[in-house]
Design a protein around this ligand. Structure first.
Ligand code: NDP
Ligand code: ZN
Length: 353
């Protein structure tokens, strides 16, 4: 097989590897639509470890099955499938405690492009096919569907982690594709005032389309002051951090009301600690503020639920696609866009018909 990945920290390129072996509960797909993620850039340039050497990147994909294990019940060769970025084996008892993302240890569920080879390749191996794959509906465009596999599930998870309820005021910090889906997820969850922090014009336009009521530019003054001004000094019930630096993260605690919730879905790399200023914590953590950070949920039912939202016309994640490429050879170019992040980029896709 051939895939695009990390040769060693800071160096990406094509990798040749033996074809994956399809176990009894596995399936193998040829890709139909692929997308690189900001997390792939973190893996290539900021993180390190033996598991990130000679590692194929990518965890956002739609595929057509070319091989199916003997124990797979619901899928056949030729099926077109939505492949979630998080694909646990579902065979660990700890899943019964509730967190499939960490079934065999921290973030083990997102084996693609981390502990095992990812999806920017010509043969994608999916474990626990019956539990992880969802059928791609005939009327759902693969490029739209690929936005569900990570961006939509992660952004919506931000709204879940922040416990957004009807009428909550919400601030989403960062409106790249992950934050945009957090805006859409918060709107669907019933947010009232919905503030979005970001500056790229296309992202701002789309944030409004997805339900943002106020746009805040972190380049034009402090986020704290702007959020306080926009909320009559009250702050917000829920904050979702989907971009920015440590200052942004600390500010999330400052703008969160006492009794409110802060959720982090941003990936922090190359830092060793958080030092949240005491004045932001609500009286030295007497303010009943909660904090949760989390990895994107995956698995079959999660994908099927998100697909149903898209099919019902409630959210169109395909609106985030700004750059389209065709063919395997264009993967490096699409990946490079994620590295450089030109201001007109929201999300690139690679289509392989
Ligand atoms: P982008 O780089 O596209 O978006 C980042 C956003 O943050 C932009 O809106 C940017 O604004 C904004 N931003 C930049 N600097 C600041 C600042 N100082 N204060 C506030 N906002 C700021 O990233 P993605 O949407 O692709 O990904 C976001 C994060 O989510 C990444 O770290 C990624 O690794 C992570 N991720 C996490 C997952 C999970 O499971 N938890 C899964 C997938 C991704 P501007 O408009 O000016 O560019
Ligand atoms: Zn990702």
């Amino acid at each position: 097989m051939k895939g695009f990945g990390v040769i060693k920290k800071g160096t990406v390129g094509w990798l040749e590897k033996p074809d994956p072996i399809c176990g009894p509960s596995d399936a193998i797909a040829r890709p139909i639509a692929l997308a690189p993620c900001t997390s792939d850039v973190h893996s290539a340039y900021e993180m390190e470890g033996p598991h990130l050497i000679n590692r194929i990147l990518g965890h956002e994909s739609i595929g057509e099955l070319i091989e199916v294990g003997s124990e797979v019940r619901d899928f056949q060769i030729g099926d077109r499938v939505v492949i979630p970025c998080t694909t646990p084996s579902w065979s660990y008892p700890s899943i019964q405690d509730g967190m499939h993302q960490h079934e065999a240890g921290l973030v083990s569920g997102i084996n693609f492009s981390s502990y095992e080879d990812g999806t920017l390749c010509d043969r994608i191996k999916i474990r626990s096919a019956d539990m992880n794959l969802a059928m791609l509906p005939a009327n759902l465009n693969p490029e739209t569907a690929v936005m569900i596999t990570d961006m939509m599930t992660t952004g919506f998870h931000g709204a879940e982690l922040a416990e957004v309820k009807f009428g909550d005021s919400v601030c989403v910090m960062g409106i790249g594709p992950v934050g945009l889906m957090a805006v859409a997820g918060s709107a669907l969850s019933g947010a009232g005032q919905l503030l979005a922090v970001g500056t790229r014009p296309d992202c701002v336009t789309l944030a409004k389309e997805y339900g943002a009521t106020d746009i805040i530019s972190y380049k034009e003054g402090s986020i704290y002051d702007q959020v306080m001004d926009a909320t009559d000094g009250n702050g917000v019930d829920a904050v979702i951090v989907a971009g920015g630096d440590l200052e942004t993260f600390y500010t999330a605690f400052g703008i969160c009301k006492n009794g409110g919730h802060v959720a982090n879905i941003n990936v922090f790399t190359e830092i060793t600690s958080f030092n949240i200023p005491i004045e932001h914590s609500g009286g030295g953590w007497m303010g009943h503020k909660t904090f949760r950070g989390g990895l994107c949920p995956g698995g079959r039912r999660r994908m099927e639920r998100l697909i149903s939202i898209v099919q019902a016309g409630r959210v169109d994640p395909g609106r985030m696609i700004t750059h389209r490429f065709h063919g395997m050879d264009s993967i490096p170019e699409a990946f490079q866009l994620m590295v450089e992040k030109p201001r007109d980029l929201i999300k690139p896709v690679v289509i392989l018909d």
